[in-house]
Design a protein around this ligand. Structure first.
Ligand SMILES: Cc1cc2nc3c(=O)[nH]c(=O)nc-3n(C[C@H](O)[C@H](O)[C@H](O)COP(=O)(O)OP(=O)(O)OC[C@H]3O[C@@H](n4cnc5c(N)ncnc54)[C@H](O)[C@@H]3O)c2cc1C
Length: 444
């Protein structure tokens, strides 16, 4: 009997180091390659925000185009469905008698639920799931998921000596598709083209080809040898690796990055900085497992600590924070950089998150949802996990982090170069506007 497979692409938009795609190539006679862009992502969510900004849509479109181009070189093509995955995949499965479905393991609660719903709907289909997004396969870990260490340090100590698998070569052969190529591009959602001519916007192009180019360029420079000293800078292309947007979309594999880092260390020499890059990659790994383990609690106000923060929702403060119109120039500059480019440095993210929670006393989940909308590198685990950490309801044994904005400005932007570049200039506006009509009329 002819086996028909369906490869469900998600955060694994690449051909290299893709175990599951190799598996599909060897196990089925015909293969559908699909990506589902759920149009719900463009409707307001419970935070009144859309899930994907114009910057994110552009990066995704470029990633899908690049993937489609590479698939076509193998005689395949990508099918983009503008529906929920459960609906799109079950329809395709019955239409084409699909026997196998291949998907990368997901760690986000809602993504996992979609997979479970599909399995329930298609009980006769064989599902195959592999770890393409993380450094280690679940089975490699020295503890079961339920015993995930409570702190990052304990986790790091348990895993940092584990061997990272060598990345797999790109898929060279794929069975052909049972469906004809469709014009998915003409149905791709419209998005406004940013007018900003920022440095990042020019360089952050989605897709495996662009991601691999950044990987080569980064390790061809000596930036990795200075990473630890430079990673806290607010701006500057070489000050951190900038791998995150490609990693989040799966254009780059994390094992491929570690493999290149290892080669760099062998050729150029290992130092504290090269180790630190690996250290940060372990943070990413920790948050993946954290999301997987804690499920829905990743999104709750009280977080995994079940501790209620002393914050609330103030629509005006939140709006000012999003648009970079707070009384804090450094925060404004960071937010304007994010809105224009879809990227913000790690230091910037910590500063604006601390401001939202501490100075503005706004519920941290609104900040996380805004980052979800804007960040090119949005990743459910890293985003919500980092926000919980900053808000004091996550994995931080020290509790809430409150950054002194004055001190941070002195340390990271003493001459206001970054503030001026992004026009963060203090607005001299009060945090909350006061409506004179609200004041009680004086008696008498
Ligand atoms: C509030 C907040 C929200 C964040 N949201 C995201 C997100 O949605 N997606 C995301 O990829 N990162 C997120 N981060 C982590 C971090 O800011 C970015 O990964 C990093 O700035 C990306 O730039 P880079 O690739 O140059 O990183 P580098 O400094 O070069 O680090 C290399 C890689 O290590 C990983 N990494 C580094 N720092 C962290 C960290 N703190 N947590 C998890 N992984 C890390 C990333 O994959 C990164 O690409 C968030 C941090 C904060 C404080």
């Amino acid at each position: 009997m002819r086996n028909v497979g369906l490869y469900w692409f998600g955060n694994d938009l690449r051909l290299h180091d893709n175990d599951n795609l190799l598996k599909a190539a060897s196990e089925v006679d015909a293969l559908l390659c699909i990506y589902c862009l759920d149009l719900q992502w463009l409707m307001p969510n419970r935070y009144g925000l859309v899930t994907m900004s114009a910057n994110r849509l552009r990066f995704l479109k470029e990633s899908l185009l690049d993937l489609d181009k590479q698939l076509q070189q193998l005689g395949q093509h990508l099918l983009v469905c503008y529906e929920t995955p459960v609906k799109a995949i079950s329809d395709l499965a019955s239409e084409h008698n699909v026997s196998h479905i291949f998907r990368s393991r997901q760690t986000g609660y809602y993504e996992i639920q979609q997979g479970l719903a599909l399995r329930k709907q298609l009980p006769l289909i064989q599902f195959s799931e592999t770890d393409t997004f993380s450094l280690f396969a679940l089975a490699q870990l020295p503890f079961p998921l339920e015993k995930l260490p409570n702190t990052f340090t304990q986790f790091k100590n348990a895993v940092e000596q584990l061997l990272v698998d060598t990345p797999l070569p790109p898929v060279k052969f794929l069975p052909s598709s049972p469906v004809l190529k469709t014009d998915w591009l003409s149905r791709f959602p419209e998005y406004s083209k940013s007018t900003s001519k920022s440095e990042h916007e020019i360089i952050f192009h989605g897709g495996e080809t662009a991601g691999l180019k950044q990987l080569t360029n980064y390790f061809a420079s000596d930036n990795a040898s200075q990473y630890k000293e430079q990673r806290n800078e607010l701006d500057g292309w070489g000050n951190s690796s900038k791998f995150s947007p490609w990693l989040a979309n799966g254009n780059l594999s994390i094992r491929q990055i570690c493999f290149n880092l290892n080669n760099y260390e062998q050729q150029t020499g290992a130092n504290e900085s090269t180790y630190w890059l690996f250290f940060e990659v372990l943070w990413r790994e920790y948050f993946q497992l954290y999301a997987y383990h804690h499920g829905k609690r990743l999104f709750t106000f009280k977080g995994i600590k079940q501790q209620k923060p002393l914050t609330s929702f103030y629509p005006e403060r939140f709006r000012k924070w999003c648009s970079g119109n707070t009384p804090y120039a450094l925060v404004n500059a960071c937010m304007k950089q994010l809105n224009a480019t879809g990227f913000m440095s790690n230091r910037g993210r910590q500063i604006v998150a601390s401001c939202l929670v501490n100075e503005l006393a706004v519920d941290w989940r609104y900040g996380a949802a805004y980052f979800e909308q804007q960040l090119l590198d949005y990743d459910v685990a890293s985003n919500w996990g980092n926000w919980q950490y900053l808000a004091g309801v996550g994995a931080d044994p020290r509790g809430k982090r409150h950054f002194d904005l004055e001190k941070q400005t002195q340390q990271y932007d003493p001459n206001a170069v970054f503030i001026n570049k992004w026009q963060g200039g203090i607005q001299h506006l009060p945090l909350d506007s006061v409506d004179a009509a609200d004041w009680p009329v004086a008696a008498g």
